[in-house]
Design a protein around this ligand. Structure first.
Ligand code: F6R
Length: 610
């Protein structure tokens, strides 16, 4: 949720820290700050607001000559977004500056204990960490001992970056359940919570493991376990992304990422789909193991949950399987008699979502096996899982998830195919036919993006004035309706609800009048006529209707105010196409309303708190 960046080396740190911070800003953007080590003291600059504001402050001030620094961009958990609560935080004696990602669960108790000895200025859980370390230093402990003793006291998740005033050129990193890595350059090193931020300078990195501490200087890195033992991690080459992390010709990351979807789909097919069968590599769920599964529990949050929910409609076609989809934050409270033949499919773009990780831990304790569908290699989710399918979507920087959503659905569809075939629920010919249809997706997605961009832009202009939206779908298009509504509300702030179309008459129909708009999703299946009836009901109450369908000619005249026509496709693949105009619609409505599209208010990219 927040971002950490650090630099030590021959170049001027401030500019590099700001550049790194800008790359991390998508993770949290309510306040930010940097601390620089001048060789004599720690200079701290902080502000409420974005990194551009911090850059302005640094431009206006005389920055002291310095040798290294740490920086942070924040998404508030403890304490409102203010300058005082922004990181870095100092100890009482200004001996150290500290930045933190994660949450300290026992901070209230610690704060109470140390409040009489330390002057605590902020309402954050982070500041107490600085005071704890400062207190141990005061008692004569070495820096390493002070950090280790502090880590032993803290409960929760934390990635820390620390500077000590009397140790020029050195940055310390500490990791527990929140990502942190060191980047190794020539005569310079970096500390980052996300490899994306370091890529402009180095591709060589050491990913810290849980319960490790790193001491970083321009020449390299030393790593210790929380027990104080030296460890020798192997540096790895950060994989070159097939997707750029720059906006390029697009005004927003969200739009760029919407346009990347055909390429993502093509990448998924080329990695996992052969001519007539799917293949997820050695070590993946064996066909015998697939045969033993009795129940599948799909768990995820937000958009990832909608992708999982949509795949439920495929998985439940497999004979002898029962399938459920749950939001992660609820799954862990369930009292089900789980066993080894239960497969939990956990879906997450970031692989760091606290609710999903908690659900996975819960399921593991119950003996279930875990299949992760995830976008980020080496993330906590992939490490916790028994099997992993990577969604290969490349870095997703826009806070509203777009390409990760279709990539998750696409991968889940291929996993369905694999399990269905392994269990003999479909025969080889059916697998081949399914794959042949799947292989058309990249081309069709491309066609939609080029053909409907202007139309969706103009429809969005007309619909931006409505104060409330319903999104309706049936069957596999019901999760898609939920996703369409989520996309619109999170970036435009217009109230929007997704509903199973059949439920409309049981309550939401009360909302319909000439000031409300309804987006109806109609694929070419037996539910088409029922959707048309729902549209009749909306029109009878003067609601505005936008229909998205691959059977435009079958929509009776006068029932839809606007129709977005999609290329004809098998109903199960409809969500992989209809997602695109839904995302574009949300994007252009938000743009018309002048919203901060890539960084909507109150949100953050990966939600690492429960
Ligand atoms: C919505 C959105 C969120 C995420 C959710 C799960 O656009 O991005 O709803 O989908 O927070 O995040 P991941 O997939 O990282 O677990």
């Amino acid at each position: 949720m927040c971002g950490i960046f650090g630099y030590t080396g021959k170049r001027k740190p401030a500019g590099i820290l700001l550049e790194g911070l800008k790359k991390l800003e998508y993770r949290g953007y309510d306040s930010c700050g940097i601390a620089l080590n001048t060789g004599q003291r720690l200079a701290v600059f902080k502000t409420k607001g974005p990194v551009s504001k911090l850059a302005g402050i640094l431009r206006d001030r005389k920055i002291p000559a310095c040798c290294c620094g740490i920086a942070h961009t924040r998404w508030a958990t403890h304490g409102t977004p203010t300058r005082i609560n922004a990181h870095p935080h100092l100890d009482c004696w200004k001996k150290l500056a500290l930045v933190h990602n994660g949450i300290i669960e026992n901070f209230a108790g610690i704060k109470k204990k140390i409040a009489s000895e330390h002057k605590i200025k902020s309402s954050t859980d982070t500041e107490i960490i600085a005071h704890l370390i400062g207190g141990f230093l005061r008692k004569g402990l070495s820096k390493k001992r002070a950090i280790l003793k502090t880590a032993a006291v803290l409960r929760g998740s934390f990635a820390l970056g620390i500077l000590f005033s009397d140790e020029p050129g050195v940055i310390w990193g500490v990791k527990k359940e929140s990502p942190l890595m060191a980047g190794l350059g020539r005569g310079e090193c970096f500390l980052s919570s996300d490899s994306v931020a370091m890529l402009s300078w180095t591709k060589k990195a050491v990913y810290l493991k849980d319960e490790e501490v790193a001491r970083i200087n321009p020449q390299g890195i030393e790593v210790f376990s929380f027990r104080g033992k030296k460890v020798f991690p192997q540096p790895v080459v950060i994989k070159q992304e097939a997707f750029s992390t720059e906006k390029g010709r697009f005004q927003h990351f969200m739009l760029k990422e919407i346009f990347e979807q055909p390429k993502v789909s093509a990448g998924i097919l080329s990695r996992y789909a052969g001519r007539s069968e799917v293949w997820f590599g050695k070590g993946f769920l064996s066909r015998q193991a697939a045969n033993k599964i009795r129940r599948i529990f799909i768990v995820a949050c937000g958009t990832a949950y909608h992708a999982g929910f949509s795949s439920k409609y495929l998985f439940e076609r497999i004979k002898g399987l029962s399938v459920e989809a749950d939001v992660s934050s609820e799954f862990r409270y369930r009292k089900v008699d789980f066993n080894r033949n239960d497969l939990v499919i956990a879906i997450s773009q970031s692989g760091e979502t606290a609710d999903t990780l908690a659900a996975v831990n819960f399921a593991k304790q119950q003996g279930c096996r875990i299949l992760a569908v995830c976008n980020v290699e080496n993330s906590a989710l992939t490490r916790a899982a028994d099997f992993v399918v990577y969604t290969l979507a490349g870095p997703e920087i826009g806070v509203a998830s777009t390409k990760a959503f279709t990539a998750q659905m696409f991968c889940l569809y291929l996993i369905y195919l694999y399990i269905a075939r392994a269990r003999g629920s479909i025969v080889k010919e059916q697998e081949t036919v399914f794959l042949a249809k799947a292989k058309k997706i990249p081309l069709l997605q491309n066609k939609i993006l080029t053909q409907s961009l202007n139309q969706v832009r103009s429809i969005a202009r007309q619909f931006s004035q409505y104060g409330c939206f319903l999104f309706l779908g049936r069957g596999i298009n019901f999760p898609l309706a939920l996703e369409g509504a989520l996309k619109l509300k999170e970036i435009s702030y217009i109230p929007a609800e997704g509903y199973a179309a059949g439920e409309m008459k049981h309550g939401p129909i009360a909302l319909i009048d000439e000031y409300r708009a309804v987006v109806c999703l109609l694929s070419s299946d037996s539910l088409f006529e029922k959707m048309v009836s729902n549209m009749q009901e909306i029109k009878a109450r003067k609601g505005k209707v936008l229909a998205i369908t691959d059977r435009p000619s079958a929509v009776p005249k006068g029932l839809a105010d606007k129709v977005i026509a999609l290329p004809k496709i098998s109903p199960e693949f409809f969500p992989l196409l209809a997602s695109l105009p839904l995302q574009l619609f949300a994007y252009f409505v938000a743009k018309n309303l002048g919203r901060a599209i890539d960084k909507p208010r109150n949100l953050a990219k990966s939600v690492t708190v429960e």
